[in-house]
Design a protein around this ligand. Sequence first.
Ligand SMILES: NC(=O)c1ccc[n+]([C@@H]2O[C@H](COP(=O)([O-])OP(=O)(O)OC[C@H]3O[C@@H](n4cnc5c(N)ncnc54)[C@H](OP(=O)(O)O)[C@@H]3O)[C@@H](O)[C@H]2O)c1
Length: 351
Amino acid sequence: MAGPTLAVVGATGAVGTVMCELLSSRRNVWGEIRMVASARSAGKKIMCRGEELTVQALAPEVFDGVDVAMFDVPDEVSAEWAPVATARGAVVVDNSGAFRMDRDVPLVVPEINPEQVRNRPKGIIANANCTTLAMIVAVAPLHREYGLRELVLASYQAVSGAGQVGVDTLHDQLAKIAGDRVLGSRPGNVRQAVGDDLGPFPAPLALNVVPWAGSLKDAGWSSEELKLRNESRKILGLPDLKVSATCVRVPVVTGHSVAVHAVFGTEVDAEGAREAVRNAPGVILVDDPAAGEFPMPIDAVGTDPSWVGRLRRSMDDPRALDLFVTGDNLRKGAALNTAQIAELLAVELAR
Ligand SMILES: NC(=O)c1ccc[n+]([C@@H]2O[C@H](COP(=O)([O-])OP(=O)(O)OC[C@H]3O[C@@H](n4cnc5c(N)ncnc54)[C@H](OP(=O)(O)O)[C@@H]3O)[C@@H](O)[C@H]2O)c1
């Protein structure tokens, strides 16, 4: 029997491109796969599972006969088109922020709450934000061990988190400044060299860090900081969890990192915490500072797990741990988590 039919909406974007790679390399559970994007991309060819597939423009008919539709498109496109897909019988797995906090839409991380896949009154399942995903798979086993009370987070987010245009912007800026060894030594000279085209960022990324990601929300918080708070609470089922986050964009192409200060209900010990991380699915412990081994984007990019290291007990609070986590924002942070959810659905559909 042929497997279920899958649509990949947003197949030409940063997340969609990684999705096509994953569909080619993971266990093949799908029958027909349809590639969908905007009308601008209609007719383009995409390689997937060794086949050349033609991109179709998003339209209601592309969902006819589709069992599962992955949405890797901007929020407003998902908000409009996910209900169209479900009305035509597809279950939607949405990567955007459009439905994550909807009470009738589960926010699923297969390593943490896979049972929520079956609880989908709207026929939509949401994928968490990329920074939350990198961090939460590392924090969940520690929560199971010690009972989480509070998270204080600082993110170091890669430019691909802002889509393909973010990657192009950083590379263009790096090309403009290459070889100029004076840059960065005086105020304004990096801005001048980079010019006015900042892409999706509020300031130059080359030779810089920018303490801002997302849009401005109440009381000076950014939308990315609120996502970390709200999505962590929903995924862990801890509505009162205290979360304070500062989100920072750094000149890294792919791989979001998070410095985590986690406070628990009971005393912790670093070796027990390392053991919990070692035994957890979806994470890899890389924690040997004496040997120069730390979790870093240049190593984590292109890999599936969240890399965890610098794990130590707080010097001032015996109930607190500090750690550093890095994960590929386009894989576990987006396409991989979606693929894992869709595979759970494929198993359900095959029953
Ligand atoms: N990048 C990350 O790390 C990350 C992580 C987690 C979640 N997400 C979320 O995943 C989604 C996709 O992000 P991305 O980074 O892949 O963005 P991207 O590189 O800008 O790609 C956007 C995709 O959406 C398609 N699209 C845009 N407008 C459309 C329309 N009106 N109709 C049909 N298709 C349309 C584009 O098609 P064309 O090529 O034809 O324009 C492209 O395939 C976003 O909601 C983002 O917030 C991203």
